[in-house]
Ligand binder design. Structure first.
Ligand code: F6P
Length: 319
């Protein structure tokens, strides 16, 4: 292979820039030409393709977001869009592609690989919801952003003796809520993987009241339901004044943590190695702090799950 491409796709995540930097520099190290594709798969269809060099990725390792920009492309979900993408790459002589993103992005990479166009996936999403890797790029930074916010909310919750629901991202995955809840000693954690726990939350709040507990923090993953509805239910069932904070997209921004920069650098470099070793259709991941590779098809089929032992622990520690 003499020319390869890289793109970021789906929701952005802190550390994507560090991954792009590693892909670009590792390619140049191997004497390979490297092309950046802007705006994800949509940019590929539209031909937003530019040659990159060492300088293109200078001074970006510490920056959040993605210099290649990102998008969710409807057109690329279909055969016609994928063919257009392949045509663009052929036009530029690009022989393989590295895709940094979450499961939706991996579906696109898998489709291209099945059409004979080699792709490698790098897991980049704050959701940490990709099978075959212990961590995705961006999760650690987002977690620290959430923790910082909860610490602040805890101060005012304590002063005013209030219950707070803090909504964090995670449509289908509860990792961010679970890790944040455990790290911040939240009284309750509501996650999509355990949707029927609300009555238990009410019981815990009531038990807390009986013990004279004055404030509580409940972490809710967005996929569970509307935080304001839950606040109303708490008022109704436990007679507790409850405030809601929705953290929103603040969780996706910011300078990546050291852990995310290191992870992104390792996975970015490994992705180039995989592409050059003809390991088409693989994802570069990390398990037990060792670099691993898995078929993207298996990763998509397997589905990520939360650590239920951790979930149980969070309950045991917030009795
Ligand atoms: O990046 C993943 C994610 O953060 C999900 O947790 C969330 O539901 C979604 O993206 C929201 O993304 P957007 O607002 O960009 O559609």
């Amino acid at each position: 292979m003499k020319k390869i491409g890289v793109l970021t796709s789906g929701g952005d995540a802190p550390g994507m820039n560090a991954a792009i930097r590693a892909v670009v520099r590792k390619s140049i190290y191997h004497g390979i030409e490297i092309y950046g594709i802007k705006n994800g798969f949509q940019g590929l269809i539209d031909g937003y393709i530019e040659k990159m060099n060492t300088g293109s990725v200078g001074d970006i390792i510490q920056r959040g977001g993605t210099i290649l920009h990102s998008a969710r492309s409807e057109e690329f979900k279909y055969d016609e869009g994928q063919q257009k993408g392949i045509e663009q790459m052929k036009k530029h002589g690009i022989e393989g592609l590295i895709v940094i993103g979450g499961d939706g992005s991996f579906r696109g990479a898998q489709k291209l690989t099945e059409k004979g166009y080699p792709c490698i996936g790098i897991p980049g999403t704050i959701d940490n919801d990709i099978a075959g890797t212990d961590f995705t790029i961006g999760f650690d930074t987002a977690l620290n952003t959430v923790i910082e916010a909860i610490d602040k909310i805890r101060d005012t919750a304590s002063s005013h003796e209030r219950t707070f629901i803090i909504e964090v991202m995670g449509r289908d995955a509860g990792d961010l809520a679970l890790w944040a809840g455990l790290a911040d000693g939240a009284e309750s954690i509501l996650i999509p993987e355990k949707k029927d726990e609300f009555e238990e939350v009410i019981d815990r709040l009531k038990r807390g009241q009986e013990r004279g507990k004055k404030h509580s923090i409940i972490i809710l993953a967005e996929g569970v339901g509307d935080a304001f509805d839950y606040a109303d239910k708490i008022k109704e069932k436990a007679d507790l004044e409850t405030r809601v904070t929705v953290l929103g997209h603040i969780q996706r921004g910011g300078s990546p943590s050291a852990a995310d920069r290191v992870l992104a650098s390792r996975l970015g470099a490994q992705a180039v190695e995989l592409l050059l070793s003809d390991e088409a259709g693989k994802m570069a991941g990390i398990q037990n702090n060792k670099l691993v590779r898995h078929n993207i098809a298996d990763v998509l089929e397997e589905k990520h799950t939360i650590d239920f032992n951790m979930y149980q622990l969070s309950k045991e520690l917030s009795i």
